[in-house]
Design a protein around this ligand. Structure first.
Ligand code: IPM
Ligand code: MG
Length: 373
């Protein structure tokens, strides 16, 4: 198969982790007989510096003519004082909108090899396997009006949380479908005791549930969900929520499973999927070659699964990552005192080696089966 991808390294540790992830993609392509066609373009701060636009037309065009997009990260302190339309983040938000990527999937699995990285007790996080389904194109992120107005000293700021029924309906259907391939449990998170948006959300989700009688649906308020995620994370299966709540809860879940550096995401729903690690640009460690590439690497697994239906290849990457961790390999964010951390390139190479070995041993079928259990 020909896989035509656009790579957007972006800012901070973005270039380092996408470089590692690209190597893994190349190894997968080689091992499974696919052909990769990669085009790299600037986004975010990198694009602001090169062309004063966080999403230059050329970048957008290249993304629109690819089959899938892999992004590193955007943002950095140098741009903190820029007006909002000229911030690196606005490039990413515009790209999500242009790609029609309304469904953001953020899986969080507790790998036993690094369970000690979690601030929670081992018995609490054992077996944690959550899929956050975050609505990505609505709510406070995109609602109009949005502005700061008034005279200095008396200014007022407005953002708008707005959801239309079809927007809730389509993301709910994605979440219910995904629940079918998992443990058939769906928790919809809202703030229906206070917000109209959430009341509508709850009504629509309840309606959609009628088409999925095999899925156990429950509703939770976001404050209570935030607490339950640290008290009993293993009870969650699919967690469906709106844009802003999903942004917050997905970072929380990253902490729960021990490292935000491991979290991958897929933004799908439109014709072209966008895949990115959840961790962000981490400017404090950028350029030092110590960033954890596993979030970006696991995002490639999601890319192969959701954009190309290459389940064997996706499972191979996930299995390789598990194996590399079990063999004791740690980047700095995962290492315990006394453990010698390895760098971004070395960690990526370890995953490549595991992929090659696994593909050669022909045990990919088994890996795929293990993943789907
Ligand atoms: C994320 C990030 C983004 C978001 C930022 C960088 C715009 O925090 O993907 O979670 O808020 O969606
Ligand atoms: Mg976030």
């Amino acid at each position: 198969m020909l896989l035509k991808l656009t790579i957007l390294p972006g800012d901070g540790i973005g270039p380092e982790v996408t470089e590692g992830a690209t190597r893994v993609l190349e190894t997968v392509a080689e091992s499974f007989g696919h052909q990769l066609h990669l085009t790299r373009k600037d986004i975010g701060g990198a694009a602001l510096l090169s062309s004063k636009d966080p999403l230059p037309p050329d970048t957008l065009q290249t993304c629109l003519s690819a089959q899938a997009v892999l992004l590193g990260a955007v943002g950095g302190p140098a741009f903190d004082d820029f007006p909002s339309h000229l911030r690196p983040e606005s490039g990413l938000l515009k790209l999500r909108r242009k790609l029609g990527a309304f469904a953001n999937l953020r899986p969080a699995v507790c790998y036993s090899a690094i369970a000690h990285r979690s601030p929670l007790r081992a018995d609490l996080i054992r077996g944690t396997d959550i899929l956050i389904v975050r609505e990505l194109l609505g709510g406070l992120y995109f609602g109009e009006p949005r502005l700061i107005q008034g005279a200095s000293g008396d200014r007022a700021a407005t953002n708008t949380m707005r959801y239309r029924e079809p927007e809730v309906d389509r993301i709910a259907r994605v979440a219910f479908e995904l629940a079918r391939s998992r443990r058939r449990k769906l928790t919809s998170v809202d703030k229906a005791n206070v917000l109209e948006c959430s009341r509508l959300w709850r009504e629509v989700v309840t309606e959609v549930a009628q088409d999925f009688p095999d899925i156990a649906l429950s509703h939770m308020y976001v404050d209570s969900a935030a607490m339950a995620l640290v008290m009993r994370p293993a009870d969650f299966d699919v967690l469906l929520t709106e844009n802003m709540f999903g942004d917050i809860l997905s970072d929380e879940v990253g902490g729960v499973v021990g490292s935000l550096g491991l979290l991958a995401s897929a933004s799908i729903g439109g014709p072209i999927g966008l895949y990115e690690p959840v961790h962000g640009s981490a400017p404090d460690i950028a350029g030092r070659g110590i960033a954890n590439p596993l979030g970006a690497i696991l995002s490639c697994a999601l890319l192969l699964r959701y954009s190309f239906r290459l389940e064997r290849e996706a499972a191979c990457i996930e299995w390789a990552v598990g194996r590399v961790l079990e063999s004791g390999n740690r980047t700095a964010d995962l290492a315990r005192t006394g453990e010698m951390p390895i760098g971004t390139t070395e960690m990526s190479q370890k995953v490549c080696d595991a992929v090659t070995e696994l593909a050669r041993a022909g045990s990919v079928q088994r890996a795929a089966q293990e993943q789907s259990v």
